[in-house]
Design a protein. Structure first.
Lengths: 446, 676
């Protein structure tokens, strides 16, 4: 412990004075890139597009300052995207011949990499929960591995044999736990979780680069098709994975706690399972032109905003699960694996609140943006369309959650259960409405 | 939605008003209303809203229909009880804001320099030192600069025996509460302005009557019309190309009312732009607004996502349908005279009277026309989009009202290298179409088929053909006398007639009627041979008229196809076939017209809501107090802090602040890691 004159003084540098040289280089890079794009392509962009670019650049600049790790991520995504776009040239056929496109950075290949890396990351995070500890046996890990392994394999068999169609796509999620529990005891440190964290960063980079390259691909299919790839269910599931992983990585950095990864990555893996089924079984990844109702600038702001909301709610729910397990562990076996591995209840509760808070704020913005879009496309800012109504229900649900926390000071188990219930409601609003209730978000006709 | 108890009056002595306000502003009521609203909203998404009452009656049966109708759940969001929940939510929120705002403002402005040492000691975040080496003055001045450097506002007070410093930051966070809650009220009021409350009120007081009949606008009585002065509405209207209107229809329950507009909207043209793949790319309408306030008519093109705003009215592209296209048709009787088509000019949505060959009166109603039919065709697992070309739909009804629904295409389809014209038929709009495949001749027309059919159904031709072919056959064999020949001839004529009316099925029925069960196969064999030689002979005549003497393989195929089609005719229903020669496509553009003066209010409320939420969640109101008392060897002090949001972040900040204020060293990063 060293006492310096600096630490004794009352000086507390302002935000800008706390920025490092790297932050300023980052800012200069973002500004130069933005100016370059505006100068080179500005004549092909309308006022909305130029505005979106400037606001996006400003957001990226701020994110890089506020969250230091974001800078490296953004640079990696930029590099991969540019590689993809330039490898294509002017023809879609390059995807068949160009090595980089075929195996790495075409929209489809990059998203498949994302899926694979996310499964691996989840496994690594889970493995870290089962790491070996001096003086303790590996029996709990082995039991977990055997039970989940048996369940997963049974699920695979049931699905493959056609007894329970579709189960083969969900079963890998259980097998991830089995593999994690089996490999976990090899290490004595949290090495696996650090690996998981690196894999998660890579997955998020592949995912975002994949979507950006796909953006270009929509124009290569046909210049009149071109659209931002957050427009169909396949694309928004990729977006969900990216946003949720990034939000989680931010909280992981803030709390310096790697113990939440196994839980949060589980919900992301569930999205990956859906995505794999949707791609391999339904071929939903094929680029199709948009119906006229979706051809709007509002898409660019409405959808990504919404997914910050969904991501936040998903993280909160998974931390709710972790909270309940930790709580149960503390009551049943204060010395057990759950208590030793999971973050403290305070940390879980705090991050759960923060995820719901950011989710709620962005969900509110998204709903308001949606209303503005609806006013322009459907003739009314609110028409009680099932999707709108369910957005309201989701909003009311989390509004009530926040009220009870703020004013009644509710914490702990009931709020954890509520966060889990909230995700079920959110999931229904996200996919259920499109599947079961129809309405204007189903895009059946004009 | 308040938690801060602001009413100091002890219970038991509170006035009724205070009790009522306490109830309306209570957290319990607010949460109950939020949840009730959420649950009620679910109902409207599960049960499809705003359908016709007939549909509901069909779906739910009379008992449930009546119950649902009474409860208003066909129109949940405008049902009285739903609006009541909303009104209560607005009242609850307003009361909450009214009761909590004074305390909130006090909190933001007052530094509470009179705070007691004892209460500071009980704060969650506090640091206490009984003896600190520095003097109170030194401590106070450093504390002041520490807090100011961190953006805190600072006040000091000297109470004689002790001194208090109070610092606060982020008091704007308290405004978040105010903004969010006022925003809810503002949004609801804006929504109410744009809601149909005026219309509902007018209907309730009997000034407005809902029209349920489908009649021309001119016949709709004044009681079902809403004047231009109506401040807000959402109506729709379909305008055929080349026509203009000055009204919109506002649907209400099982009917509608007519909203008058202060200008005419003319639809000049409607277009569907398509991708190369046939999928729709854009729906556009060229509009002309005729308004006395304009110097000249305003021309503007609207499309989905790009409406036109004129004088506070917004005009949207909402849908489209046929606007009464002109169809130039040829009517081929499916029987005698099939080779003499009658020209028939029709308009879509027109109804025409026709007399069938047997004298029955038929009504032909034209229901739709499409100039293009992009279809997804799956062949050998390969999906391909292709355009089936123009098609039109019509219904043929007899006097009983029973109808045959048809859908005919103008362009042929190709199967195995042979081309056919398709005519779909069904007796119920809910069923899929069954298609009649009419084979096309080498010229690509239906003429050969129709000539063949005409001859087959013309007794004179049949008689001549039968006579000729039986004589030719008899000539090949000696000893066949005239009696046998005429017997065969009669059988052949009989079979040809039977086939022309009822197809092979009827022929088989005749076999079963004429012979005992054991001889059916034998007799059927004979009959079919006789029938086919007759059909062949008729077909040869048709070919001869075209100048064809050598029958090619294609001609053989044609006969097989023609017979298949004739065999299917009994199931076709209509006694004639309509062939589309030419058309003039006229479309109607479906427009939605709205006036929503509350929109600005709702948007303002939304912005306020978002601003409020960010203030509420991310600007935490942090307050710290330093209580210092001079002691012989320095000072005694209590430093306490509180934050209305995230405690974990404030933990860190308070930690740093207390070290800086007390002049203690900041731990090195290594220490921090060890702690984490």
């Amino acid at each position: 412990m060293s006492v310096t004159q600096d630490s004794m003084s009352a000086e507390y540098p302002g935000f800008f004075r706390r920025l490092s040289p790297a932050d300023w280089i980052w800012a200069a890079g973002v500004v130069v890139a933005t100016v370059f794009v505006l100068a080179a392509y500005g004549n092909r962009m309308d006022i909305y597009q130029s505005g979106t670019l400037v606001v996006t650049a400003a957001t990226g600049l701020w994110l890089g300052w506020f969250w230091k790790s974001f800078k490296g991520y953004a640079l990696a995504v930029t590099g991969m995207s540019l590689l993809g776009v330039f490898s294509y040239g002017d023809t879609l056929a390059s995807a068949q011949t160009n090595f980089f496109l075929k195996y790495l950075v075409s929209g489809e290949a990059a998203v498949m990499w994302m899926c694979a890396l996310l499964y691996m990351s989840t496994t690594a995070y889970l493995a870290s929960l089962f790491r070996r500890e001096a003086g303790r046996g590996v029996l709990p890990a082995l039991i977990t591995a055997v039970v989940t392994g048996a369940l997963g394999l049974a699920g695979l068999w049931l699905g493959r044999s056609g007894l329970v169609p579709g189960l083969e796509w969900a079963s890998p999620l259980i097998l991830l736990v089995a593999v994690g529990a089996l490999l976990g005891p090899i290490a004595r440190t949290d090495f696996a979780a650090r690996v998981g964290s690196v894999l998660a960063w890579c997955a998020a980079a592949f995912g975002l680069a994949g979507l950006l390259v796909r953006w270009r691909e929509t124009y290569l299919h046909d210049p009149t098709w071109g659209y931002i790839p957050v427009s169909n269910l396949w694309e928004v599931f990729v977006l969900f994975c990216i946003v949720t992983v990034l939000m989680y990585l931010y909280y992981q950095g803030r709390t310096r706690n790697l113990g939440m990864g196994g839980f949060v990555m589980m919900v992301v893996s569930a999205a990956v399972a859906f995505l794999l089924w949707y791609t391999l079984d339904r071929e939903a990844h094929v680029v199709q032109p948009l119906v006229p109702a979706l051809q709007s600038w509002w898409m660019k702001v409405h959808v990504p905003t919404n997914f910050v909301g969904y991501g936040g709610f998903a993280i909160a729910a998974m931390l709710g699960v972790a909270y309940l397990m930790r709580d149960r562990g503390e009551r049943r076996r204060p010395d057990g694996l759950l208590v030793r591995r999971l973050p403290s209840r305070e940390v879980l509760d705090d991050v759960m609140y923060k995820s719901i808070a950011i989710g709620f704020a962005f969900f509110t913005i998204a709903t308001v943006l949606g209303a503005m879009w609806a006013a322009e496309a459907w003739g009314a800012y609110w028409s009680w369309d099932p999707k709108e109504t369910w957005a309201l229900i989701v909003w009311l649900n989390y509004a009530a959650w926040l009220h009870l926390r703020f004013t009644k000071g509710w914490r702990g188990v009931p709020m954890a259960w509520w966060a889990i219930l909230g995700l079920l409601i959110t999931t229904f609003a996200f996919v259920g409405v499109n599947m079961f209730l129809g309405g204007l978000h189903s895009y059946g006709t004009l | 939605m308040s938690s801060t108890p602001t009413d100091p009056t002890p219970p038991g002595r509170r006035s009724t008003f205070a009790v009522l306000m306490g109830f309306l502003g209570s957290m319990g009521l607010a949460i109950t209303l939020l949840v009730a609203l959420a649950v009620a909203s679910v109902v409207g998404t599960v049960l499809q809203q705003n359908q016709s009452y007939e549909t509901y009656l069909l779906d739910y049966g009379p008992f449930w229909h009546e119950l649902f109708r009474t409860l208003g759940i066909y129109h949940v969001y405008s049902a009285g009880w739903y609006l009541l929940i909303l009104v209560f939510l607005v009242i609850s929120t307003s009361v909450c804001v009214y009761r909590s705002t004074p305390a909130m403002i006090r909190d933001m402005r007052q530094f509470r320099l009179g705070v007691k040492e004892k209460s500071l000691r009980s704060f969650q975040h506090n640091v206490q030192r009984d003896t600190h080496p520095e003097t109170p003055t030194a401590l106070m001045s450093r504390a002041e600069s520490v807090f100011r450097a961190r953006g805190y506002r600072v006040r000091q007070a000297d109470h004689g025996d002790h001194r208090v410093l109070s610092a606060m930051r982020g008091s704007a966070g308290r405004l978040g509460y105010f903004f969010t809650h006022v925003a809810i009220v503002v949004i609801c009021i804006g929504g109410l302005v744009d809601g149909r409350l005026p219309l509902m009120l007018a209907e309730f007081t009997g000034r407005l009557e809902v029209e349920t009949r489908q009649v021309p606008v001119s016949e709709i009585p004044a009681q079902s019309r809403v004047s231009v002065s109506n401040p807000s509405f959402r109506g729709s209207v379909e305008i055929p190309e080349g026509q203009r209107v000055d009204v919109a229809f506002v649907t209400m329950r099982d009917g509608y009312v007519v909203q008058e507009l202060p200008f005419h909207i003319e639809v000049k043209a409607f277009r569907v732009e398509r991708h190369a793949t046939g999928q729709e790319r854009a729906f556009e309408t060229d509009l002309i607004i005729h308004d006395d306030l304009l110097d000249e008519p305003l021309a503007h093109t609207i499309s989905v996502n790009h409406p036109l705003v004129h004088r506070g009215y917004t005009i949207y592209q909402a849908s489209f349908r046929d606007g009464g296209s002109h169809l130039n048709l040829g009517m081929y009787p499916l029987g005698r005279g099939a080779d003499r088509p009658m020209p028939f000019d029709a308009r879509v949505f027109g109804t025409y009277s026709q007399t069938a060959g047997d004298g029955t009166r038929l009504r032909v109603e034209f229901t739709d026309f499409k100039d293009t039919n992009p279809t997804l065709i799956e062949e050998d697992g390969v999906r391909e989009r292709m355009d089936m070309g123009p098609s039109f739909e019509y219904v043929v009804r007899d006097s009983s009202g029973a109808g045959w629904f048809h859908r005919n295409f103008q362009q042929p389809v190709e199967r195995d290298g042979r081309r056919y014209l398709l005519s779909g038929v069904r007796q119920n709009p809910a069923e899929p179409f069954s298609f009649l495949y009419i084979p096309l001749d080498p010229q690509g027309g239906v003429d050969r088929f129709m000539r063949f059919l005409a001859k087959l159904t013309d007794p004179a031709v049949v008689a001549a053909v039968v006579d000729e072919s039986t004589r030719a056959a008899a000539g090949q064999f000696t000893g066949v006398d005239e009696q046998i020949r005429s017997q065969v001839a009669e059988t052949m004529r009989d079979l040809l007639e039977t086939f022309a009316v009822g197809g092979y099925e009827e022929v088989i029925a005749q076999v079963q009627e004429q012979a005992p069960a054991g001889q059916w196969d034998q007799l059927a064999d004979v009959f079919l041979r006789v029938l086919n030689s007759g059909l062949d002979a008729i077909y040869l005549r048709v070919l001869a008229e075209e100048g064809i003497e050598v029958v090619s393989e294609a001609d053989d195929h044609f006969l097989a196809d023609a017979l298949r089609a004739i065999n299917a005719l009994p199931f076709y229903g209509s006694p004639f076939f309509l062939h589309l020669n030419d058309f003039e496509h006229i479309q109607a553009s479906g427009l939605m017209i709205t006036k929503a003066p509350g929109q600005v209010v709702v948007y303002a409320g939304s912005v306020m809501l978002i601003l409020g939420i960010f203030l509420l969640l991310y600007v935490s109101h942090r307050r710290c107090w330093l209580w210092v008392q001079p002691r012989p060897d320095g000072s005694g002090l209590v430093l306490a802090g509180t934050s209305n949001r995230s405690t974990s972040d404030f933990n860190r900040e308070f930690d740093e602040i207390s070290r800086a204020v007390l002049g203690e060293p900041r731990p090195t990063p290594a220490d921090q890691d060890a702690r984490a």
